[in-house]
Design a protein around this ligand. Structure first.
Ligand code: MOS
Length: 754
């Protein structure tokens, strides 16, 4: 007998259940990509380019190959065959252009690009020999400084999953701005940030015979990695299996297959042995990242605080090879009601790796500028910042000219403000202090998409009363295992411990990449649907086997609870589900679905999550230090399946928002085209000392459009408004606007321009 107590959900959804994968993770049973054992395993270490642009004139692998224990050194000169067409190098998240091809030819496109893989019997030998690879470059002039090339910004070709070009102008924003009673115009800067999950990117590729690979890869999309690897290395799709049962954080860094996947795959094919490649922390700064941006915002309002114009421009970096695009300015078309709006989004090509989605890509950047500018406008108009937002509340999405499927943002403002005590705010900057410490209160609004994609699931119900549900999705630490188990258990009325959910395997039913905060909406819907199919099958079996005793009920007259099917009007008429399978003689019940979004219904609406974030900061003006004393994040994200894992998402996002506001930036030496602070000693992220009180509120929100579960997703909304709320609080504390992130002490103390 299991010692785990029965957890029958008090409600179908909504119970604060602890992670079902928690025990495996804390006891070390959960294996990550670099931890899967393999017979005869070899270790690959990546050699990274030291120039930002040029070609490899000569690469000398002799000394590395001669080093004891080294079995192979792969370079562009001796690599296995690779596909030629760009199309075959594109993964599902690829933007327009020509994806990077590791070891393809002698070109160097960005600093840190992989140029060789040294493979040895031990990791230590490979690591040492990697330093023995001699490289001569023909260096070319590079561009790495975005500020220098803003004049060459161009309108990108708008092809990428989730991207839409900014809506056309409404009204005449320039004229309205010129005539307005109150106006603000400002510029904002955000640096390039790098994903720094605890788990570095890693792949263990196991050779299973000619042309056949089993691959443990750190990825947010096992099927995406499989398709990509099969295409790039010219293997048959069914001869490649990609697995990723556990991920030590990803945040978007695993949405596109990364170069260590190809390198490990090549190595395994060449050696006919397993190869493991783990990137170093420094190498985590050699691929996708949140792009650096410059933004301008011009806002105007009348004396009553009603917005009369909004102009928002953004210029962002991309690589020469691909147009990485994200929706930075589009939020400005729908966040508030405004008759005159002009938006503009442009890219500049640099000799850097193509940027990549990072938690709430685009929104976190664009909403930062918009929400800081609104605070400036509120101050200029002498209106409370929250009141200004309420006076310009968007009842519908004016950018797309559609209603919102639901929008409980007013409740976020009200409940958040109440929890925070916003009404006690003295509007005057520098008016609140404790001794020498200046206190500031700021707030901001957040928005993110509520998406759903097609997604598949399979459910097998067995005679022992256990249910196994599966889908090729991922759990990047968000709680997918737990939430899917809950949905399945709730739908079939089974105790949690009778249900297992499998994911992270390319052979499982179709799932899109795990990103965009859409996994519960997408895979949760599929799980519910497939469990309903099982329920209907069990219902038919009950009618066949026990119909007379049950009184031949209709489907709506029965319920599934406590592992039984029973009459709603007479719960004593209950039949254990397991016995139905056993007595039927048909064996396991095995169902599959591909669940599709109801696009016709959905497309009539803008579907989004909202948040209101309130922040208290303490500022020491002499040192320029900012401490975030309190954060209240009130979120409207539809139904919350699990308040515990959902809260954890919002808390983590707030931590990252603090990190973004105060610490995180990659610093480049533009003479060399290099990231200088490619380690966690110099690339600062928020640590325990930076985190104080975080209060999360989920406001009630019913939504019958987004999906049958009414869920909107919480993976990203939590970070969106945080940095703006902190910047606005810093202004309230000091009277100084810091328009460049991060707000480091030099900027806050006014020692450097901000
Ligand atoms: Mo998220 S940037 O969609 O992993």
């Amino acid at each position: 007998m299991s010692s785990v107590p029965d957890i029958t959900l008090p409600r179908p959804f909504g119970a604060p259940i602890s992670r079902v994968d928690g025990p495996a993770k804390v006891t070390g049973r959960a294996r990550y990509a670099a931890e899967h054992p393999a017979e005869g395993l070899t270790y690959g270490v990546v050699v990274s380019a030291t120039i930002a642009r040029g070609r490899i004139a000569r690469i000398d692998t002799g000394a590395a190959l001669a080093y004891p224990g080294v079995v192979e050194v792969l370079t562009h000169e001796n690599r296995p065959a690779m596909a030629r067409l760009d199309l075959l190098h594109k993964d599902i998240d690829a933007p327009s252009g020509s994806p990077f091809r590791p070891l393809y030819d002698d070109r160097v496109h960005s600093e840190g690009q992989p140029i060789a893989l040294v493979i040895a019997e031990t990791f230590e030998a490979a690591r040492h020999a990697a330093r023995l690879v001699g490289v001569e470059y023909e260096e070319e002039a590079h561009r790495s400084d975005l500020s220098e090339w803003l004049g060459e910004a161009y309108k990108p070709s708008p092809r990428k999953f989730g991207f839409k070009s900014p809506p056309k102008p409404r009204g005449d924003a320039a004229a309205a701005f010129a005539d307005a009673a109150v106006r603000v115009a400002s510029e904002y800067y955000t640096p390039a940030e790098f994903h720094n999950p605890m788990e570095m990117h890693a792949t263990t590729a196991i050779w299973e015979g000619p042309g056949r690979l089993t691959v443990y890869d750190k990825t947010q999309g096992a099927q995406n990695s499989r398709m990509y690897l099969a295409h790039v290395l010219k293997l048959r799709k069914n001869d490649v299996q990609v697995l990723c049962p556990f991920i030590g954080g990803a945040f978007g860094s695993g949405l596109r297959p990364n170069y260590q996947l190809v390198l490990a795959g090549m190595g395994a094919l060449r050696l006919e042995r397993p190869v493991r490649v783990v990137l170093t922390r420094q190498q985590m700064f050699t691929f996708g990242h949140r792009p650096e941006t410059y933004q301008t915002i011009k806002l105007s309002c009348d004396d009553g605080g009603k917005l009369t114009s909004l102009q928002h421009t953004a210029v962002s970096e991309t690589s020469y090879a691909e147009d990485y695009v994200e929706v930075i300015v589009n939020w400005s078309a729908m966040a508030y009601s405004c008759p005159n709006t002009t938006l503009d989004y442009k890219l500049v090509q640099l000799d850097r790796y193509t940027p990549l989605d990072m938690r709430a890509p685009g929104a976190v950047t664009g909403m930062h500028a918009l929400e800081c500018a609104l605070d400036e406008l509120a101050h200029a108009a002498k209106i409370d910042p929250m009141e200004l937002r309420l006076r310009n509340y968007a009842e519908r999405d004016e950018g797309a000219d559609k209603p919102f499927s639901s929008k409980a943002l007013r409740d976020c403002y009200r409940q958040g403000a109440e929890r925070f005590g916003w009404e006690k705010r003295n509007p005057e900057p520098r008016s609140m202090r404790r001794g020498k410490t200046l206190i500031g209160w700021g707030m901001a609004t957040g928005m993110w998409d509520a998406m759903q994609m097609p997604g598949g699931a399979r459910a097998v119900f067995r005679a022992d009363g256990t249910l196994e549900v599966s889908s090729a999705t991922a759990d990047i630490g968000t709680g997918t295992y737990t939430v899917m188990t809950q949905i399945a258990a709730a739908t079939l009325g089974l105790p949690m411990e009778k249900v297992t959910f499998k994911l992270g395997d390319s052979t499982l039913p179709f799932a899109p990449i795990e990103g965009g905060s859409m996994t519960v909406a997408t895979i949760g819907t599929a799980v519910q649907e497939v469990c309903e199919k099982v329920a209907r099958r069990l219902f038919r079996l009950a009618r066949i086997l026990d119909g007379r005793w049950l009184g031949y009920p209709l489907f709506r007259e029965v319920e599934f609870a406590d592992g039984t099917i029973r009459r709603k009007d007479d719960p004593s008429k209950a039949i254990p589900l397991a016995s139905l399978v056993e007595r039927s003689g048909y064996g396991d019940i095995d169902k599959k679905v591909l669940s599709l979004p109801r696009i016709l219904k959905q497309s009539k609406y803008t579907r989004a999550t909202h948040s209101a974030v309130f922040v208290e900061v303490r500022v020491d003006e002499d040192f320029g230090t900012v401490e975030v004393a309190r954060v209240v994040n009130a979120v409207a994200a539809g139904r919350i399946v699990n308040p515990k894992t959902a809260r954890s998402q919002i808390e983590g996002a707030v931590v990252w928002g603090i990190s973004k506001a105060l610490h995180e930036e990659s610093l480049h030496d533009h003479r060399l085209g290099k990231v200088m602070n490619h380690n966690l000693a110099e690339y600062h992220v928020a640590a325990h000392r930076d985190i104080e009180d975080i209060d999360v509120v989920f406001v009630e929100e019913e939504d019958g459009v987004v999906n049958p579960l009414g869920v909107k997703g919480v993976g990203e909304i939590g970070i969106v408004a945080v940095s703006a709320a902190i910047a606005n609080a810093v202004f309230h504390a000091t009277g100084r606007r810091v328009r460049s992130l991060p707000m480091t002490p030099d900027k806050v103390a006014g020692l450097t321009p901000s």
